[in-house]
Design a binder for this molecule. Structure first.
Ligand code: ZN
Length: 168
């Protein structure tokens, strides 16, 4: 299986401060993904082959594309822009390394991809604003208010692996 790091021009640290998984946000919410800093509108690529399972608008004029990657889970590439039309539909096939969009920017100081991981054992929308959901996955705080589907995972280990083994 060919693997790619999702943001070739990545230049931040997804284990530090606000960028890391689980970092507190406003109103008791916890950060549901890792932030991958990179130049605005640089490429975002599929980490491996997969199928689009969710696509649409995300925060503040950005979009998100969620892809089911066999053996990895569902990866949501969030806060991206310019998703190609061919991938803007559920069921679309994606190949490893395909350009699936460009790095977006929701706050002026930092362009980034907000990347989330789900183990794929649940169905339904990835964003779930129900409070008090019981999370059970490794690396996910039990009863944490992530506002995400209950199969949310911590993507840090996956990103570590992609930095080591992935093509950039
Ligand atoms: Zn984020």
């Amino acid at each position: 299986m060919k693997l790619y790091f999702p943001v070739p021009k990545y230049n931040g640290n997804y284990k530090e401060g606000m960028a890391q998984f689980g970092w507190p946000r406003a109103r008791g919410r916890l950060h549901a993904g890792c932030d991958l800093y990179a130049p605005f509108k640089s490429d975002v690529v599929a980490i491996t082959d997969g199928i689009v399972v969710e696509v649409g608008d995300f925060y503040l004029g950005t979009q998100a594309l969620a892809i089911r990657h066999e053996g990895i889970g569902v990866v949501r590439y969030g806060e991206i822009v310019e998703i190609p039309e061919s991938f803007y539909k559920v069921g679309a096939k994606v190949k490893a390394g395909d350009i699936i969009g460009k790095v977006g920017q929701v706050i002026k100081i930092s362009a980034m991809v907000h990347l989330e991981l789900f183990d794929g054992t649940k169905i339904g929308p990835l964003t779930d604003r129900t409070k008090g959901i019981k999370y059970y996955n490794d690396g996910v705080k039990r009863d944490g208010n992530y506002q995400r589907r209950a199969d949310l995972m911590n993507p840090t280990k996956l990103l570590d692996r992609l930095l080591l083994e992935g093509i950039r």
